[in-house]
Design a protein around this ligand. Structure first.
Ligand code: SAM
Ligand code: SF4
Length: 357
């Protein structure tokens, strides 16, 4: 059998050293990147307690009046798309389906989003009950997180026996025509053995599967570099059952590298499986993300605890240009990369579920 290996990461030009921001309306940073992909966290609450993300007791509750309202979220979406050049908007959390006003958030955002896509990252629980309203409101895509299709294993990993509800959500996403339905699976020592089963299931249901290397963003802080299941270990495991051919990235800013799965099709096109090797093959040099926390702060990078508040401006008398400019200044300071390869790497204080993954 041919050994499956990863290619060389793309090279980027050296970072600029000047501190002055250029006259650009876009969200540029001092390392030559432009952010066009916006993630907005809607809540810290979640219906699961994935061990690589949340503590068993959940995250400390955020008071309701500290969360952005639908109108505030839509205003940020309008500024992002109209003034800052954002092209993709994704709602996340915590679990965005736990916001009772999610359809209103999507509808208000869709009304001001121009041509930008509006999508959701969700664990899928309850999606079947809400999907029609969300699609009617303007939702264009959905990513659903699922690490295993073994019910006992799912219950251990998420500390909740809710696999059937997740599968109902995935079925509903397909039935609503929100294709391609993408499935995100975090790679863990416990999930490696079932990875080929998950891929087989994804192919059978017409879902596009992407595996993600686990990052040190778990609230319990148990992540250890020497326990990491990396992309190469996954390729070795999948290669035992599937014939995979490397394709690369369909877009330089896309986090996932794609592999064709011979003999399979999804939606009439050759089937692929994606691998997001955030730890072993960081794509920071091409990162085009900007994040807004559930409390309305800009976060330029998952791994930087620096947050720049926009909520006070939204609730004060600032105009859109003042908000846009504070957002630009926050992104100008985006770090070059997560720095996990450095000996002095310090994990961020905030966990994935609290930032908005
Ligand atoms: N609750 C929703 C969900 O699970 O899809 C949205 C929020 S969740 C934080 C967003 C994504 O982050 C999920 O796909 C999840 O698997 C991923 N994630 C959470 N913790 C992670 C970690 N430590 N490393 C890598 N990905 C992680
Ligand atoms: Fe909840 Fe998503 Fe974190 Fe799992 S990954 S605990 S579903 S926020």
């Amino acid at each position: 059998m041919v050994a499956l290996t990863l290619g060389m990461p793309g090279l980027r030009r050296a970072p600029a050293t000047v501190d002055d921001r250029p006259e650009s309306p876009a969200l540029v940073d001092r390392h030559g990147r432009t952010a066009r992909d916006l993630r907005i966290s809607l809540t810290e609450k979640c219906s699961l307690r994935c061990t690589y993300c949340m503590p068993a007791e959940g995250l400390p509750a955020i008071a309701r009046d500290r969360l952005l309202s639908p109108a505030e979220i839509a205003r940020l979406v309008r500024i992002a798309v109209r003034d800052l050049g954002v092209q993709d908007v994704r709602f996340t959390g915590g679990e965005p389906l736990l916001r009772a006003d999610l359809a209103e958030i999507v509808a208000r955002s869709a009304a001001v989003a121009g041509g930008a896509s509006l999508s959701l990252t969700t664990n899928g629980i309850g999606l079947d009950k809400r999907i029609d309203a969300l699609v009617a409101a303007g939702l264009t895509r959905v990513n659903i997180s699922l690490d295993t299709i073994d019910r006992d294993h799912f219950a251990r990993l998420t500390r909740r026996d809710r696999l059937p509800a997740v599968l109902d959500g995935i079925r509903a996403a397909h039935a609503a025509g929100l294709t391609p339905v993408k499935i995100n699976a975090v790679l863990l020592p416990e999930t490696l053995e079932g990875a080929a089963d998950l891929l087989a299931w994804s192919l059978a249901t017409g879902s596009r599967l992407r595996f993600i290397e686990q990052m040190p963003l778990d609230a319990d802080q148990t992540w250890q570099r020497d326990r990491l299941v990396d992309a190469q270990a996954l390729l070795d495991e999948l290669g035992r059952r599937f014939d995979l051919t490397p394709i690369g990235r369909h877009d330089p800013a896309a986090p996932a590298e794609e592999w064709a799965v011979s003999g399979h099709e999804i939606d009439g096109r050759p089937a692929t499986v994606g691998i997001i090797a955030s730890v072993t093959r960081p794509f920071c040099a091409a990162c085009d993300r900007t994040r807004i926390t559930a409390e309305g702060a800009v976060r330029s990078c998952l791994f930087s605890d620096a947050e720049v508040d926009l909520r006070a401006l939204l609730r004060g008398d600032a105009d859109d240009e003042q908000i846009a400019d504070r957002w630009r200044a926050a992104m100008w300071a985006k770090p070059a990369g997560h720095g996990m390869e450095r000996a002095d790497f310090a994990r961020p204080r905030t966990s994935m579920g609290a930032i908005g993954g």
